[in-house]
Design a protein around this ligand. Structure first.
Ligand SMILES: *Cc1c(COP(=O)(O)O)cnc(C)c1O
Length: 403
């Protein structure tokens, strides 16, 4: 018998609809930022209930523009988490500011609001919270805290399209936004994909106008206007800008992806319930928790291994059984890049005295990275696949040959 095919950890849900949508801009002659981008922005804004949505090249550039718009600059500090994809911390560095990392709540893998207030100082300019792997972070605590201290609140919602939060008694999509600006990713590892891509939502029309300028080199006259003018227009470049555009090909794909979101979310919820049933009785295995006020889009299913387990061995046993997994979310402060880039854990400027690539104040973050794994979760993952995964994990944890 041939071995069962490898179950990947993630896989985008794309089909004929996206392929034929991409034909439109390709055959129209207008392939970069244009009418498809404008339509995608309007549809995305309507979905999340945001007054403004501006499409950009990816979520990393979205975060850069968001932080710049709220006034983050050289010498400032931005309170965020190390326990995130490295782009979160990097976006702070692009502004010349220093990330101040606070620890996470081990139950939700999200920023612990109790840790935030104690590191607010005279140079703090913004809080950059993350809805990690789609789980909404505690905005009900963070929004008033940011207001109280006159800080901007930027939401890294890279993974959180379709997630929702109970807000003043009503379920509201992440991205409304509840903070000042929210940034989304359409990388294939997230629920919706345009290959690469990003979206910035805000209720502030001045910031939205800035995003539109900056994403296109700060060109005073958008090319859509220039191309449709009946007279010659010379453009101007008022300030330093970037090329952070989304293409119309990507946006055409994104519009189809957005239509799939309700089905994606419903299926994810079923799959997560099935994982809970299949894994509930494994001793010591901790399944993800969803606070009563949060609804995750379940971008990933992250389990904490029983104490004393060797993360690598478990992952290798699963791989030998044809199942790809990933270790839990990384910690930026443990990467070589952040041996050189400045960061702080809030104990004043400069190193806190911990050895390189570790920090005793970021213990929960480090433990989450070392003791959790992400199990496969994607739209086309079948019930039989999930059963196979559960059996293999059970066997791997029992130290048996998982075949
Ligand atoms: C994926 C991700 C990003 C970066 O998104 P890109 O679109 O790939 O730039 C940023 N933050 C978090 C939390 C992410 O998961």
């Amino acid at each position: 018998m041939s071995p069962a095919p490898l179950i990947p950890v993630a896989r985008p849900w794309l089909g004929e609809e996206e392929a034929s949508a991409a034909r439109r801009p390709i055959l129209s002659g207008w392939v970069t930022q244009g009418p498809e981008v404008a339509a995608f922005e309007a549809e995305f804004a309507a979905y999340v209930g945001a007054p403004h949505a501006c499409a950009v090249s990816n979520c990393t550039t979205a975060l850069h523009l968001a932080l710049r718009a709220v006034g983050v600059g050289p010498g400032d500090e931005v309170i965020t988490v190390s326990h995130s994809f490295i782009a979160t911390a990097n976006a702070v560095r692009y502004c010349g500011a220093v990330p101040v990392f606070v620890d996470i709540d081990p139950a939700t893998f999200n920023m612990d609001p109790a840790r935030v207030e104690e590191v607010i100082g005279p140079r703090t300019r913004a809080i950059l919270c993350v809805h990690q792997i789609g789980m909404p972070c505690d905005l009900a605590a963070l929004v008033p805290m940011a207001r109280r201290h006159h800080l901007a609140l930027v939401e890294d919602a890279a993974c959180a399209v379709g997630s929702a939060i109970l807000w003043e008694g009503r379920w509201e999509p992440i991205g409304k936004p509840h903070g000042d600006v929210a940034c989304f990713s359409f990388h294939p590892r997230k629920l919706l994909t345009t290959g690469d891509g990003g979206m910035i939502t805000t209720a502030n029309p001045e910031w939205d106008a800035k995003f539109r300028l900056w994403r296109q080199h700060s060109m005073g006259v958008p090319d859509l206007v220039r191309h449709s003018a009946d007279r010659v227009i010379f453009e101007e470049y008022g300030e330093l800008g970037y090329n952070y555009r989304m293409t119309d090909i990507q946006a055409a794909v994104g519009r189809e992806q957005l239509k799939r979101l309700p089905a994606l979310l419903a299926r994810r919820r079923e799959q997560v319930e099935r994982y809970r049933l299949l894994l509930a009785d494994i001793p010591g295995l901790v399944l993800p928790t969803e606070p009563a006020w949060a609804r995750s889009n379940w971008q990933s299913f992250c389990v904490r291994l029983p104490d004393g387990c060797d993360q690598r061995q478990v992952m290798e046993a699963l791989l030998a059984a044809g199942i790809a997994t990933r270790r839990g979310v990384m910690c930026a402060h443990r990467e070589p890049a952040y041996e050189r880039e400045p960061w702080s854990c809030g104990l004043g400027p400069g190193p806190c005295g911990c050895p390189a690539r570790t920090c005793r104040r970021l213990r929960q973050s480090e433990q989450a990275q070392d003791r959790t794994i992400l199990l496969p979760l994607y739209h086309e993952l079948s019930e039989a696949d999930q059963e196979r995964i559960a059996l293999a994990l059970r066997a791997a944890l029992a130290g048996q040959d998982p075949l």
